[in-house]
Design a protein around this ligand. Structure first.
Ligand SMILES: [Zn+2]
Length: 157
């Protein structure tokens, strides 16, 4: 395998490059803070963090577009539970149309998820498959797919 741009042999599969450049760091630390009375309070905390090298970020798989459909559904459901109580705090009552509106938002989000998921999913799958075939050049950072033996022929599912 050779980089089409700089002709270097030093190339890696993107997925390999990503795994190599990824490290999970466990941090142990103490949180310290002052209290109103002047005393100090400390607490232990542990966190894990995924750190990527710049190279691994470049080689990373494309983000999934189906996620945005889930986020809008979650957003609508959260709004359904949160908005009425906030509304009630300010106005003292909840009009019926507010529930209809929030329910409609949830319905729209479900509808979008149901109708759009399949299409987005297949787009995501195609992108992921392309990524799995892709190589990255360690010298110049070019991402490329190896030349196909039968160009112009798309496989039939
Ligand atoms: Zn190169």
């Amino acid at each position: 395998m050779q980089c089409p741009k700089c002709e270097s042999d030093d190339v890696l599969l993107c997925s390999t490059a990503y795994e190599q450049g990824k490290s999970v760091i466990k941090r142990k630390g103490k949180i310290e803070g002052g209290m109103d009375g002047g005393g100090r309070i400390t607490a232990d905390h542990e966190s894990t963090e995924t750190v990527l090298t710049e190279f691994a970020k470049r080689a990373a798989a494309p983000a999934l577009t189906t996620n945005s459909l889930w986020y809008s559904l979650i957003g609508a459901v959260v709004a359904f539970f949160v908005v009425p109580s906030v509304w009630h705090d300010f106005t003292g009552h909840n009009p019926q149309w507010l529930y209809f509106l929030l329910l409609a938002a949830v319905a729209v989000a479900i509808y979008r998820l149901v109708t759009g998921y399949k299409k987005r999913r297949s787009e995501d799958d195609a992108q992921k498959a392309a990524w799995e075939r892709s190589w990255i050049c360690k010298r110049c950072g070019t991402i490329f797919e190896p030349a196909q033996k039968t160009p112009g022929v798309t496989p039939v599912e």
